[in-house]
Design a binder for this molecule. Structure first.
Ligand SMILES: [Zn+2]
Ligand SMILES: [Zn+2]
Length: 857
């Protein structure tokens, strides 16, 4: 029997840890174990059982959590490959591959006690106590906690969890510092007396709302103001949402209470609590009404509602044209051969790639094997889910971003048990534990949402190719605008190139007219947002009862607030980024970290009243269009108006049903929708990126312009695109206007070759960051000297330089860009650099290595 086992623990360290195995705790390779790690207990993955006695004392495994592997040999191998290629800690890679956090994460929540209520009451009456030993800041923090808890109505634990985790998924919360999936330490919970009906609030929620430390919360528990409860087991409940139900509307009511009850009455007596919380009344109002027995709070199951839109044409009868059929048979042949093959499906917008994907997946299902379809983040609407259920029945598992941890884990188990052999999902679905994998399809393979922007910084498209190779499966990368890398690989015969050159039913690609906005300025004498030509074309479409989309790839009202006296901009407190004015919400917002500030009446730097709001975002564009076309029905689609997949689909349905005349939006409107009534697409600002210091700017602009142009003329009436630009001579604009992917590709490739950029070089971005400027400077200096003093075979190192966004989310940022024709040399250099950084005690979480970085900002 092996005496030791090596465990990959989810910590930011590039190593595995050895533990001792006892007779009654024999783990399996690929299974989870509970181990002591520093002062914590953590769940790790066993990577090896062996007899090699380590030189240091070893601790025992605490528990074996799986009797069979959760990661099979192939997924373990894939994890190792990712750790090696992206220089990511193996334990963190495995954690990303396994969506099982919900099963072993410890959950702590707090509840207000009667003593706490009294303390809040006294503080409210007398203010902070001068005799207290605590500083005014500490007292204020405690007051915030008490106040927050008192205002909470008993809330659903799981609902608040999914909200918190949503935020983490999109932001910085897990930048390598990720929360370890620790296990409950004590199962017994303290049950100090808490007032009837006091809300139980999750630690994460409470801390993010009140910005207090764990230590401060512990202090308040000691004073018996709060109870601390372990609610890990509560995760077993299915996800529900809170519904407020009207019981009675009698009695004396103040204005706020009346407003709330009126809303309930007019909505049939029952609405989600979140709806009431979005009303302009204090949070406490609802709690008061509940206490008075006028309103009752109920749990109702929350589900990712399958679309309620009218039935869509059945996708069952794949009526494929010749090109589609030939693409399909290429995929089928590859699958039947049970050998790795890669294919790039390059089909123009509207050429029917999706039908090919679905038909190929159905034949895989009929053969009793498995397939994975990866889609970009915005692609999985309830309507798509409904279509997939219609085609694949219960055999499909859909992994969309609205799932809670718990639901994600359930889907994972369904797949693992072989109940769902068709998997459709965003980025991380590439790790789905399917058996007998035959086919992986990556739809819109150029989409940047496939790259994870936190550790491990993998690219799901590239992982799909590696996994397919390991599994002797077929991988299909599909796009109307393939990435330079993928097209280059196809040209080098690494993938078979399959083209769908025509739109279905011989529909023509739209005519594109370029409007030079510099000339427009000269002729009209002032800066225009909507050119005369675009205005005329929109009017024409409205007269003909046709529909229009207008793209402006920048949300908010005005992107810059400038002082005309001192010339300074209003910047974010945490980032070197101008704040954007959001008019309807009446605030200034940082689009990078979410920081908000009041709208300034005077310059914050010099006090001058001459502050100007410059530039145009989608919110202002919508307002302008309302002014120009008061009769038109206009809606906007961007991250401010779309909070969920349902919102997104609602807007598209409204357009589809002819309830809208104009849809304004950011790049969200460019992605893959098939709306037949749209005959005009106006592009108002899509070339902003061309001014950015990023070698992928031209590629991104070309892709965006081509994709948005592809929304026009997908029905019976041919489409037209009016493309306004300040860069009318730029090749990205010119080739997009001609729908000429090959032309763009050749030109861009030349530039990449001259500049030694991908696909001619492997590239990595090394970012050094710290919230202390001195540390960031010193560390990047240390690494810079090291790069200078050591020889690196065939690796170019640029830097250190201040990152284009020099300050982000409170961190100061410096970076190096490494380029090499040899990936092996590049990775050797990076590995040596990380070892040197560790030796110099630079924290691993502050040196971010981004291999194949998509952004150098
Ligand atoms: Zn000023
Ligand atoms: Zn910011």
């Amino acid at each position: 029997m092996p005496e030791f086992c090596d465990v990959a623990v989810p910590v930011p360290l590039d190593m595995v840890f050895t533990y001792r195995v006892s007779a009654d705790t024999v783990p399996v390779v690929g299974g989870r174990v509970l181990v002591p790690f520093r002062q914590q207990r953590m769940t790790g993955i066993v990577v090896e059982l062996h007899e090699r006695k380590p030189s240091v004392a070893t601790k025992n495994i605490l528990a074996v959590l799986d009797s069979t592997p959760v990661l099979d040999a192939q997924l373990l191998q894939l994890g190792r490959w990712i750790a090696d290629y992206y220089l990511a800690p193996l334990g963190e890679v495995f954690r990303t591959m396994l969506p099982l956090n919900a099963e072993f994460k410890r959950a702590i929540a707090y509840r207000l006690t009667e003593l706490g209520q009294m303390a809040l009451h006294l503080a409210g009456m007398f203010g902070s106590s001068a005799r207290s030993k605590r500083s005014p800041e500490e007292q204020a923090a405690e007051f915030r906690v008490l106040d927050y808890l008192a205002a909470c109505i008993p809330e659903d634990i799981n609902a608040s969890e999914s909200r918190v985790e949503h935020k983490a998924a999109g932001g910085s919360a897990t930048n390598g510092k990720g929360t370890a999936s620790a296990v409950p330490l004590e199962s017994a919970t303290s049950r100090a007396s808490a007032p009837e009906g006091a809300a139980l609030v999750r630690e994460e929620t409470l801390r993010s709302a009140t910005r207090v430390s764990r230590a401060a919360l512990a202090g308040m528990v000691r004073k018996k103001w709060l109870t601390r409860e372990d609610i890990s087991a509560a995760r077993d409940a299915t996800r529900t949402i809170k519904i407020a139900q009207l019981k009675s509307a009698d009695g004396k009511l103040n204005e706020n209470q009346r407003k709330l009850l009126d809303t309930l009455t007019t909505s049939g007596g029952k609405v989600p609590v979140t709806t009431l919380q979005s009303l302009d009344v204090p949070r406490t109002t609802l709690a008061t009404l509940v206490r008075r027995g006028l309103v009752e709070i109920l749990d109702e199951p929350a589900e990712f509602s399958v679309s309620s839109s009218k039935p869509r044409p059945s996708l069952f009868d794949f009526d494929l044209n010749v090109a589609q059929q030939s693409a399909l048979s290429r995929v089928r042949e590859g699958v039947a051969a049970r050998q790795y093959s890669g294919m790039l499906l390059h089909g123009v917008t509207g050429s029917g790639k999706t039908a090919v994907y679905l038909a190929a997946m159905r034949s895989v299902l009929e053969a009793g094997r498995s397939a994975i379809l990866l889609v970009p983040e915005i692609g999985l609407t309830p309507a798509v889910a409904a279509d997939l259920h219609q085609i694949f029945g219960d055999e499909v598992a859909i992994l969309h971003s609205a799932l809670s941890d718990r639901e994600r884990a359930e889907q994972w188990h369904r797949i693992k048990r072989g109940e769902a052999r068709m998997v459709v999902g965003t980025r991380s679905a590439v790790f789905a534990p399917v058996a007998d994998l035959a086919l992986i399809i990556v739809d819109e393979e150029h989409d940047s949402s496939y790259k994870q922007e936190e550790t491990p910084r993998y690219h799901a498209r590239d992982i799909a190719v590696v996994r397919a190779r390991m599994a002797n499966a077929v991988v299909v990368l599909g796009s109307a605008t393939p990435s330079l890398e993928s097209y280059f690989n196809a040209k080098k015969n690494k993938y078979a190139l399959v083209e769908l050159p025509d739109r279905v039913e011989q529909r023509p690609l739209p005519e594109v007219e370029i409007i030079d906005m510099r000339q427009e300025f000269q002729e009209t004498g002032h800066e225009q947002v909507i050119s005369r030509k675009l205005a005329a074309e929109i009017k024409d479409r409205l007269d003909r009862k046709e529909q229009v989309m207008v793209l402006l790839n920048r949300r908010g009202y005005s992107p810059v607030v400038l002082c005309r006296t001192c010339g300074k901009k209003l910047e974010c407190q945490n980032c070197a980024i101008a704040l954007t004015h959001h008019k309807r919400e009446h605030k200034m917002v940082c689009h990078y970290c979410g920081f908000t500030a009041p709208v300034p009446k005077a310059c914050v730097h010099c006090g001058s009243e001459y502050v100007y709001f410059l530039g145009t975002g989608s919110e202002k564009l919508e307002e302008l269009l309302h002014g120009m076309f008061p009769q038109a029905r206009i809606a906007r689609l961007d991250r401010d108006t779309v909070r969920s997949h349902e919102d997104f689909e609602r807007a598209l349905n409204a357009l589809n049903d002819g309830q809208l005349d104009i849809l304004v939006g950011t790049q969200m409107i460019a992605k893959g929708h098939d709306i037949h009534g749209v005959t005009l697409v106006g592009v108002v600002g899509a070339d902003v990126a061309l001014g950015l210091p990023d070698f992928r700017a031209a590629e991104r602009t070309f892709q965006l312009l081509t994709q948005v142009a592809g929304r026009a003329g997908r029905g019976q009436t041919p489409g037209k695109v009016v493309l306004q630009t300040y860069f009318q001579d730029h090749y990205a604009v010119q080739y997009a206007a001609r729908h000429d992917f090959i032309g763009f590709y050749e030109k861009e490739l030349q530039f990449r070759s001259w500049m030694h950029y991908p696909p001619y070089s492997a590239l990595a971005n090394v970012l050094v960051r710290s919230d202390k400027l001195d540390d960031a400077l010193q560390w990047s200096g240390i690494l810079g000297k090291w790069f200078d003093s050591t020889r690196h075979e065939g690796v170019r190192v640029l830097g250190p330089a201040a990152a284009p966004i020099m300050r982000l989310k409170r961190d100061y940022r410096y970076h190096f860009v490494l380029k090499s024709p040899s990936r092996e040399n590049l990775n050797t250099t990076l590995r040596a650099m990380l070892a040197y950084a560790a030796q110099k005690k630079i924290p691993r979480t502050q040196v971010i290595v981004d291999v194949d970085a998509l952004w150098l900002m």
